[in-house]
Unconditional design. Structure first.
Length: 172
């Protein structure tokens, strides 16, 4: 009788061990699947992040090559006269936009506009002396390169270096 009891006990323990092993194996496979999917997701996210960073770095490089900010020589020049690059951009941009309200349009645009005249829309600072601007009279448009000089009193002098007019009726 004791032999049969031990035999049944051994069989019961073996069955419990088998059930625990099978359940443990299924649980382990499930966890491995989750780990693999997380690794794949992390890899894809990392690749996307690297691509975004490379695009951002490229854009930063392109913007810093011809830019007031990020140009050490231009920044040093402005710091020496006591001005910040962002402050200079704001002052010059405001002056350019104020000139838009003059009769006949902005006097820095060397073309005669139709109706209200040419107005400067947007600017791109190349360095501490030059700015590119685009202009339009709602029918034609163009670009103008302007030389500016700003002093310690924050007074700005500007002159047109060169302008280019695009006309929908001509091929420039």
């Amino acid at each position: 009788m004791i032999k049969s009891f031990y035999l049944y006990l051994f069989i019961f323990a073996s069955l419990i061990a088998l059930v625990i092993y099978v359940n443990g194996r299924k649980y382990q496979e499930k966890l491995e699947g989750q780990v693999q999917s997380l690794r794949k997701e992390l890899y894809e996210t990392d690749q996307e992040r690297k691509e975004a960073l490379s695009i951002e770095v490229k854009a930063d490089y392109e913007n810093s090559v011809f830019s007031l900010k990020g140009n050490p020589e231009a920044e040093n020049y402005l710091y020496n006269i006591g001005l910040e690059p962002s402050e200079v951009e704001a002052i010059v941009r405001d002056q350019l936009l104020e000139l838009n309200i003059k009769e006949g349009g902005n006097p820095l645009v060397p073309y005669i506009g139709q109706g209200r005249g040419f107005r400067i829309n947007d600017t791109k600072f190349i360095n501490h002396k030059w700015v590119l601007a685009n202009f339009t009279d709602n029918d034609r448009w163009g670009d103008v390169m302007i030389r500016y000089n700003i002093n310690t009193k924050k007074e700005v002098e500007m002159e047109t270096i060169k302008a280019l007019l695009f006309d929908k009726n001509t091929n420039n």
